[in-house]
Design a protein around this ligand. Structure first.
Ligand code: ZN
Length: 101
């Protein structure tokens, strides 16, 4: 019973983390576009003090690029043993069970 509770708690935690990561990713995409818009406008106005804007833009860009594969990785878990499956296939390489898609 305790093991079941722990497992359930872990699953809830994972779902929360996924939601949080998705939120961070979406925010990064939005900030990315707004930020580069601001940087572009500043340049058009002849304002070249855009260092902070560029840094923020780069950080968001990295999150957007890195976030995609990480999110995919989190969603590629075997429903039976919970291990991450990297290769495509019908069977889990860890426990050998068939995976429904
Ligand atoms: Zn498995």
């Amino acid at each position: 019973m305790t093991a079941y509770c722990v497992k359930k708690a872990l699953k809830v935690g994972e779902t929360c983390m996924k939601k949080m990561l998705t939120a961070i990713w979406v925010i990064s995409v939005i900030v990315f576009f707004i930020d580069w818009g601001i940087v572009g406008l500043s340049l058009l106005k002849g304002n070249y003090e855009i260092q902070v804007g560029v840094y923020v833009g780069i950080v968001c860009w990295v999150i957007v690029i890195v976030g995609g594969p990480i999110y995919k990785l989190l969603n590629c878990r075997c429903p039976y043993c919970g291990k991450i499956i990297l290769q495509e296939g019908k069977y889990c390489p860890h426990c050998g069970k068939e995976i429904e898609k």
